[in-house]
Design a protein around this ligand. Structure first.
Ligand SMILES: *Cc1c(COP(=O)(O)O)cnc(C)c1O
Length: 388
């Protein structure tokens, strides 16, 4: 039988929880409180409890979550609505473009720092190296770290460097809802955590949505104001803000999906372990490394193909009914948007190498073992026999 294995199967996930989702949407249809309804308050409260954080604010997307967090930090730390031109924020070039875009929107200049080839995440030693060799280190305001593919950035070292040099830390947790660092939920370790509920994320809604969280009351206050047109009072605004709220109906759907999150993250981890077991020994493939301190939630399962046959492998899998993706084919530093607007620290060789080698395989939480096995077998067939 011809296989058809997609990266995700959102219909299958919907069917799995259909009665609850339908009921949640029905309730919204009943009360018609589309903005700021009870489901939103309830969802924010449950997320705050789940993450173990004091303040959680639903917003319109993960990108807006990042922009709002960064601008709230400019307000709180610099007493400015935007960062001053020339202020710098360090981040990874190996991420979705929105990470860098949000830094630009906050008025700061993104500075790209290379990543660790094992974890694909930012290197804290290079952050420190950048600061140490900077002629005007006071321009460096903070860092946006990304917990890429569901695995924690090196939060121990990052927080240590940040503390020593007085930098803020924003956690782009768009791909790692429920992931952990030493038992603490990602997004709650730095000054602010930003999440995306884009439908393909590991906690996804039925449209765009996001969340910002913080333990800092003053920061959370600024975030709430910025997401609501820039005012505490709707008819007396203070700041240049946004209409960037999370819809009631999205919160209702996400509330149902949140109850399945731990189960789905475990299912993702199980699929990852099947892939690891099947592919560990295959010549030319490097399976993803799990850092000891991290609880990896495998938003993506991403291999490195080190023998130059990555694109051939994708084609081969496609012919066998298996979808794959390349996250990410281009480091941010090479995108036109950032050409004249960002800086680069030393070379970004690892990000460049990874962009040529990575391939992400389907990790649909409800994927059958037989589907995972078909993918493993197809990869082995292409890559050739395992060395004895
Ligand atoms: C998806 C994503 C975003 C943006 O989230 P949206 O909800 O699509 O705006 C930001 N950063 C990373 C790392 C992402 O994966």
């Amino acid at each position: 039988m011809q296989k058809n294995i997609a990266m995700l199967n959102l219909r299958r996930e919907y069917e799995y929880m259909k009665p609850q989702i339908d009921a949640a949407i029905e309730r919204c249809l009943g009360h018609q409180r589309w903005i700021g309804g009870a489901e939103l308050k309830e969802f924010e409260k449950r997320v705050a409890e789940y993450l173990g954080v004091r303040h959680a604010l639903g917003v319109s997307s993960g990108t807006d979550a990042l922009v709002i967090a960064l601008r709230a930090l400019a307000l709180k730390r610099e007493d400015k609505e935007y960062f001053t031109p020339g202020d710098e924020v360090l981040t990874t070039p190996f991420t979705f473009s929105a990470t860098g875009e949000a830094i630009l929107r906050s008025g700061a200049t993104p500075v790209f720092v290379d990543v660790d080839e094992r974890t694909f995440n930012i290197r804290a030693d290079l952050i420190e190296d950048y600061i140490e060799t900077h002629p005007e280190p006071e321009k460096i305001k903070g860092t946006v770290v990304v917990h890429l593919f569901g695995q924690a950035a090196p939060m121990g070292e990052v927080m240590d460097v940040a503390r020593r040099y007085g930098l803020f830390v924003v956690e782009d947790t768009a791909q790692a809802f429920g992931g952990e660092w030493k038992g603490k939920k990602l997004g709650t370790l730095g000054d602010a955590g930003c999440y995306s509920f884009f439908p393909s994320k590991n906690l996804g809604g039925f449209g765009d949505g996001g969340m910002v969280v913080s333990n800092d009351e003053g920061l959370a206050d600024y975030m709430r104001i910025l997401a609501n047109h820039g005012g505490r009072d709707k008819y007396m605004v203070e700041l240049l803000g946004y209409n960037a709220r999370l819809d009631t109906v999205q919160a209702a759907v996400l509330g149902v999906r949140l109850a399945y999150l731990d189960e789905f993250n475990e299912r993702r981890r199980r699929i990852a372990s099947l892939y690891n077991r099947g592919l560990e020994e295959v010549e030319g493939i490097i399976t993803p490394v799990e850092v000891e301190e991290a609880f990896h939630v495998y938003h993506q399962y991403t291999l490195r193909v080190t023998n130059g046959r990555r694109d051939g492998l994708r084609e081969w899998l496609k012919e066998r009914g298996v979808a794959t993706m390349v996250y990410y084919p281009t480091p941010l530093s090479r995108m036109k948007l950032f050409e004249d607007r960002a800086k680069t620290h030393r070379g970004l060789e690892t990000a460049e190498t990874l962009s040529r080698e990575v391939i992400s395989l389907p990790v649909e939480p409800l994927q059958e073992d037989e589907e995972t096995t078909h993918i493993v077998d197809s990869i082995k067939e292409f890559m050739g026999p395992v060395e004895p």
